[in-house]
Write a protein that binds this ligand. Structure first.
Ligand code: SAM
Ligand code: SF4
Length: 363
């Protein structure tokens, strides 16, 4: 197929799969052009503001066994922890005092009536102690519709559930047989039906992943019409089954660069969604998140988990800032965002414009 050059592709309103594959391969001036177009689009559609979500990784207890993840159930070399309600509420209080606007409650996957009730109660408490001011995003894996509904009713209004890969075959290669692609997809649809601002995403640079699969990932996000996306580079962990394929991986710099390209292309495809600058970018390059903000991302999730627990939430090796306390992170972020040509939307929820538009449109 004869395809136009990069300038012509970038003029288009919708990209075909082949065009996305071509954009994922840009280098030199074409790469700079892609990034400057994405930057322009971001400023035009969502503006300069970067919104903070204070990330509370409150437990690494997980019933699942994803082949890439350091806290998978079968990794017996993990010190398992779970923050108390008081510790979680203190962390949320800290986010409120810092004027972060929102918190994200994230953990390994647990499904039980006790867990559902505990999270429901925590949502109520966070809302109460912040006078309804803190927005709440959840990232607690696959749950039943009833559980999602209870958490939504309690006041959580965003949910992050990465599809990890939209290619079912690749999904099967990176998960055990009882982790179902279809169930994950159904969860995303349920979250949308309930009314959550729904976020998904993929890891970039997984073994067996191709540029065609990455292009399909972006088309998948567009097709299911998500409101938020978080994409980060895959970083190997020695104590996971995928580690055996490390020699087949792209060099880490390429995984980093490809993630930036994915973000930039997605900004051009889904102009008004919220795109997070993933922490995994910072694990590779200390300025990784800021680079992502510059070319399309508008959400940062500063880690506000108490420092003593951070080492134990090791999804991959070299996770950044594991030795810091939340107070130390707060100071350095303002300067960093300014470097990325952004302003921080302090005290604002920074909801996805895409979601707000979608909600106001008749079906
Ligand atoms: N358990 C929940 C879930 O899986 O949706 C939420 C927590 S899970 C640790 C959050 C995300 O971490 C996953 O969606 C996955 O994309 C990412 N992750 C896990 N292992 C990773 C790795 N080795 N490199 C990069 N990201 C990883
Ligand atoms: Fe558990 Fe999430 Fe890690 Fe999978 S990615 S093992 S569900 S924490």
């Amino acid at each position: 197929m004869q395809m136009g050059n990069i300038v012509e592709i970038l003029e288009k309103d919708r990209f075909s799969k082949d065009e996305i594959v071509k954009l994922l391969q840009v280098e030199g001036d074409d790469r700079s052009l892609l990034f400057s177009k994405a930057q322009e689009m971001k400023l035009l559609k969502v503006g300069r503001k970067v919104y903070f979500r204070g990330l509370i990784e409150f437990s690494n207890v997980c019933s699942k066994d994803c082949y890439y993840c350091g806290i998978r159930n079968s990794n017996t070399n993990v010190h398992r922890f779970c923050l108390s309600d008081e510790e979680i509420l203190n962390a949320a209080q800290f986010a409120h005092q810092q004027n972060y606007g929102s918190v994200v409650l994230q953990s390994g996957e647990t499904t039980s009536t006790a867990f559902t009730a505990r999270i429901e109660n925590l949502i109520h408490e966070i809302k109460k102690q912040s006078n309804n001011q803190l927005g709440i995003t959840l990232s607690l894996g696959e749950q039943t519709e009833e559980t999602y509904q209870r958490w939504f009713n309690a006041g959580a209004h965003r949910y992050l559930l990465r599809i990890e890969s939209s290619n079912e075959e690749l999904y099967r290669k990176i998960h055990p047989a009882d982790h179902s692609f279809q169930s994950r997809l159904n969860c995303l649809k349920t979250l949308q039906k309930i009314g959550f601002q729904t976020g998904t995403g993929v890891m970039v640079g997984l073994p067996f992943q191709t540029l065609e699969i990455l292009a399909d990932d972006l088309l998948f996000m567009q097709q299911i019409n998500v409101d938020m996306v978080g994409m980060g580079p895959y970083i190997e962990h020695t104590e996971t089954p995928l580690y055996q394929f490390r020699s087949e991986l792209w060099p880490i710099e390429k995984r980093f660069d490809m993630t930036l390209k994915m973000i930039a292309i997605l900004r051009l495809m889904m102009k008004d969604i919220n795109i997070a600058a993933a922490t995994a970018l910072q694990a590779i390059d200390p300025m990784g998140r800021e680079k992502a903000v510059k070319i399309g991302a508008n959400i940062i999730m500063p880690n506000i988990t108490p420092g003593t627990y951070r080492n134990d939430y090791a999804l991959y090796q070299n996770k950044p800032c594991v030795d810091e306390e939340p107070e130390q992170c707060a100071g350095c972020l303002d300067a960093r965002i300014a470097l990325a040509d952004g302003d921080i939307g302090y005290g604002e929820w920074g909801d996805s414009k895409h979601f707000l538009e979608r909600k106001n449109k008749p079906l």
